[in-house]
Design a protein around this ligand. Sequence first.
Ligand SMILES: Nc1ncnc2c1ncn2[C@@H]1O[C@H](CN(CCC[C@H]2CNCc3c2ccc(Cl)c3Cl)CC[C@H](N)C(=O)O)[C@@H](O)[C@H]1O
Length: 283
Amino acid sequence: MLSGGHKGPKRGSLSLPGTEAGIAAMAACYKGFDPAAYLQYNYTAPRADFERQDSIVPWKLGCLHRAFTEGDVSGEVLVDIGSGPTLYQVLSGCEVFSKVLLTDFLEVNRQELKRWLQGQGGDSIDWTPYLQHVCKLEGRRYDQISARLRLVVSDVLPIDVHRPQPLARDALPSAGADCLVSSFCLESVSPDFPAFKRALIHIQGLLRPGGHLLLIGALGESYYLGGPGIKIPVVPLDEAQVCASLKESGFTLIRLEVYVLPADMRVGVDDVSGVFFVKARKD
Ligand SMILES: Nc1ncnc2c1ncn2[C@@H]1O[C@H](CN(CCC[C@H]2CNCc3c2ccc(Cl)c3Cl)CC[C@H](N)C(=O)O)[C@@H](O)[C@H]1O
């Protein structure tokens, strides 16, 4: 109960003053997000150096490749939560699923993805090295993987993980998606740890029971640059908080892998110290 006998709103609702203000403040931070700069910061060398085993992007692609192809992940519908202007998250998944949905909060990011999918050129980044790397991992042909991606990615939808219903109602089958992938989203869009945990519960609701969650995130990060001078606060997480949040939101952890950033991967665009990869299943 709030002071003075005033009956406060029920716990965990969006209408808690601090929560609503914090979520609005995060949305305001994202107004200046610059997809081209963001891609430059995180998706070129050294963070995306395919000649280096200890580069972040090859590590992420390896985790996703193993998780999608070890035989337990199956179904029709894969949703990527908070895609940003990137599609590396679904390169392995697009071979397993016949319907892939990309999602983001910002129109500028959705436009970036739609542009690549239409194949008319003018992209902010050349995804060729990414597709070639995954082809090598999976023994697939380059022209086959890009055609497959354009075939199965059926939409790029707006999403807000702070809403109990993050997607439009008709976006998914009534049973939910068969698999979710989400990379660096929840901790980078939440004002605090309670909001991170609520967002995890919201996306859990998008998944059918027995469906899989492949979650990539930052450890020990407090900010990142979403563009020149666009400093976005991040909820600093440790492994214990990640594992506890998964358990609390109705997931069984299958595997947790951790990558510790070598010094030369710290390039001044954030203060992230590690990256986690989680494979989990909805109870
Ligand atoms: N309410 C909201 N609801 C839903 N989605 C929202 C909301 N609000 C904002 N978004 C959207 O989330 C997306 C977060 N986005 C940037 C953070 C990553 C960044 C910072 N942390 C360390 C790190 C990063 C990137 C690479 C590497 Cl290697 C590292 Cl270490 C992830 C994009 C993509 N998935 C990626 O993997 O790069 C963004 O596109 C928003 O538009």
